[in-house]
Write a protein that binds this ligand. Sequence first.
Ligand SMILES: C[S@@+](CC[C@H](N)C(=O)[O-])C[C@H]1O[C@@H](n2cnc3c(N)ncnc32)[C@H](O)[C@@H]1O
Length: 254
Amino acid sequence: MKSSHDTNVTGQFGPRARAYVESAVHAQGADLARIAEMAAATRPGRAIDLGCGGGHVTYAMAPHAGRMVACDLSDDMLTAVADTARSRDMTNVETARASVEALPFADGGFDMLGCRFSAHHWQDVDAGLREARRVLKPGAPALFVDVVAPDAPLLDTHLQAVELLRDTSHVRDYAIAEWREKLARAGFTVATVTTWRLRMEFPVWIARMATPATLATAIRVLQDSAPEEVRQHFAIEPDGSFMLDMAMFEAVAG
Ligand SMILES: C[S@@+](CC[C@H](N)C(=O)[O-])C[C@H]1O[C@@H](n2cnc3c(N)ncnc32)[C@H](O)[C@@H]1O
């Protein structure tokens, strides 16, 4: 039997839970500092991290929250987050295994939401964003961070291709305009969009997902045959390292 997309996601991420806890790219960043700052200003009674992965948003928000819920599809990720929270004496962290597209929480039960590097894996991002809005109190802050696609189709197609070859659970990196439209449709008001670029070191990027050698080679072939516009935009280096476009959407639940 063919596996479902959600099984593909847990199959890809489960065995790599520790790698995501330890990943420097995931554990650091001005975006995490901003999420912590927003949590400190909000002091949420109950906060949620959607698609928590190795839990870096959870660890940023938990010190400022009453209760902190780390939510993910992968049991292995949730075990890694529970262990790490315990080792950091974050006693207010609890975990929930759920798909963002069908959250097992009542309407309006959360005071703040963080969601980082997860939405590009969701099968139905509109449903996930509707659920995010539903579980928040009106007026609650929600911060979404993800890789974003450049507007030019030439660049967009290259990005989605290398992402899918590297990780077969990739669905789509959305463009900023798509994010804005989707957030508005889900009932969020976007207050601020911050953009930056992040360098992916090719061997580390491939190793984190344990990309099969044939697919890693296919990415290198694609990069080598890419037109100059693509090579320049992604600043592709001789070893395949390159730059990704990132964005943080600071939104408010309507
Ligand atoms: C790259 S990791 C997240 C990184 C983490 N948020 C951070 O800031 O370091 C992506 C996570 O999204 C989770 N995920 C993907 N699709 C999901 C869905 N539909 N519902 C819940 N979690 C999902 C995966 O299991 C994975 O753990």
